[in-house]
Design a protein around this ligand. Structure first.
Ligand code: HMG
Length: 442
């Protein structure tokens, strides 16, 4: 019996900012962002959009595109690091939104018996959800699970993370009928607790606040959307963890140079060119090349053989990332969609080809694993229209972007949007304070 992904769908924020507009306004050479990091557009959420609406959109699309009976979904596991609540899972919001739309067709509370939960480990949370759900269907081959990866990658204005923002969701159906990709059950894992990127409770003291009201607590702790991070250190942690997880994968499989057998290498992409920039180390180790000095590292990156390797095995996975930006948990899944959609558009035959995955989550953990493209992959991909879909977004100018970022807009940029949206957050009723209410606009 085989296990893996039966179907997949995605959703991206409805707005985007041209990266060259951001570069100009921040005094950064556009070529650094476009040619150095591979960035072109940055997906950005409208006022009514968040990780719950992205997840709900991707889930509803999955159910509709592949004619899934929602009552056949035994669990919905959401990988996210953009949770809207520290107790009530964001998955429960997404589930409720979709339930309400499906009520007419499937009756009230179609997910009544569905096991719903969030999983968090920075960007690797949805890979953990996938890993877990594959174990679940292995034990229960007659059941199906949905894994959703959904996030909003937000950094402080004018920080070095600002141009690596983005967002969106990917949802996959995991089952014993893996029409898209079947996974082997070997997981290279590497973990180390570090502070490369994290979202702690921020501490504020009354004495440091101007005009704090009399009854303000002496000290408060709040969560913010924006991480504390050290960019170059996070790159190093990423590189170290994937090397360790890759070596672990080799150890447990006994495979020699596994990457050579992979048609595509699918990375967690915090920005489009990250995978190809960090893989130089593993590539050098595998091929006996010197990798000590910056000059040696540059020589590997610029070598004809490495450039050919990138063009063959990585470039197609980067294309969607260049148009969307970091999707945190969803980035690695979107990299897969990008590669498969491109192969589909170019009429390539992938059946039986092996794909390698290199996931990373700050904090930190990497998982390296592999799967094989299934005979029915084209039927699954034919629903996506990924690159055409990205053309349906609305461009915003820099002023609008900054206002959205600072949460200064009351109304959505696209007031007549279609689909799910946040309607209001309860602020008055003391027993519902902070509850979020969503609706669906046809
Ligand atoms: C990602 C960094 C660190 C980038 O940091 P940076 O300092 O902006 O860029 P850089 O100096 O590392 O690289 C710039 C590249 O542009 C090139 N360049 C320069 N000028 C030009 C030019 N004129 N024309 C053409 N190319 C040019 C330059 O040569 C270089 O390319 P290289 O040669 O090294 O390949 C920063 O944006 C950042 O801090 N981002 C936020 C954190 C992050 O994304 N870290 C990534 C690894 S950690 C991770 O992936 C986990 C994460 C972040 O997703 C979170 C999670 O797990 O939840």
């Amino acid at each position: 019996m085989t296990f893996g992904i039966e179907a997949a769908s995605y959703h991206v924020p409805s707005l985007y900012l041209e990266i060259k507009d951001l570069a100009e306004r921040r005094g950064i050479e556009p070529a650094k962002l476009e040619k150095g990091l591979g960035l072109h557009k940055m997906g950005f959420p409208d006022v009514h959009e968040d990780a719950a609406t992205f997840a709900a959109e991707a889930l509803l699309k999955l159910i509709k595109d592949y004619h899934i009976n929602p009552k056949d979904i035994a669990r919905i596991y959401l990988g996210t690091e953009s949770a809207l609540d520290a107790a009530k899972p964001t998955a429960s919001y997404a589930m409720q939104m979709v339930e309400e739309v499906l009520e007419e067709e499937f009756g009230e509370r179609c997910f009544r018996n569905c096991d719903v939960v969030d999983m968090t480990f920075a960007c690797i949370g949805a890979v953990d959800a996938l890993h877990n759900s594959l174990d679940f269907v292995r034990v229960n081959p007659d059941k199906k699970a949905v894994v959703i990866a959904s996030d909003y990658a937000k950094y402080e204005l004018a920080s070095s993370g600002e141009y690596t923002q983005g967002g969106g969701a990917v949802a996959v159906l995991v089952s014993s009928k893996p029409d898209l990709i079947e996974f082997e059950n070997n997981w290279g894992v590497a973990t180390e607790s570090v502070f490369d990127f994290f979202k702690p409770r921020r501490h504020f003291k009354k004495e440091n606040l101007e005009n704090a009201p009399e009854n303000f607590p002496e000290k408060i702790e709040i969560f913010t959307d924006e991480p504390v991070f050290d960019g170059q250190y996070s790159n190093q942690c990423y590189q170290d963890r994937i090397r360790e997880a890759y070596n672990h994968y080799k150890e447990i499989t006994g495979k020699n140079k596994p990457y050579e057998h992979w048609e595509y290498l699918i990375f967690h992409l915090p920005y489009a060119f990250h995978g190809k920039r960090v893989f130089t180390e593993i590539y050098s180790l595998e091929n006996g090349l010197s990798y000590e000095t910056p000059e040696e590292q540059k020589a590997v990156a610029k070598s004809e053989a490495y450039i050919q390797f990138i063009n063959d095995k990585i470039e197609k996975s980067q294309r969607a990332s260049s148009e969307i930006g970091n999707m945190y948990t969803a980035s690695i899944f979107m990299a897969l969609l990008s590669a498969l959609q491109t192969s589909f558009n170019e009429n390539e035959e992938l059946t039986g080809k092996e794909i390698g995955f290199l996931g990373y989550g700050s904090g930190s953990k990497s998982k390296v694993f592999a799967g094989k493209v299934s005979v029915n992959w084209k039927n699954v991909v034919s629903k996506w229209n990924l690159f055409e879909g990205l053309k349906n977004r609305t461009a915003i100018n820099f002023e609008t972007y900054e206002k959205l970022h600072r949460k200064q807009l009351e109304n959505s940029v696209n007031e007549n949007y279609k689909g799910f949206g946040l309607k209001y957050v309860e602020l008055e009723n003391p027993v519902l304070k902070g509850a979020r209410y969503y609706h669906y606009q046809k």
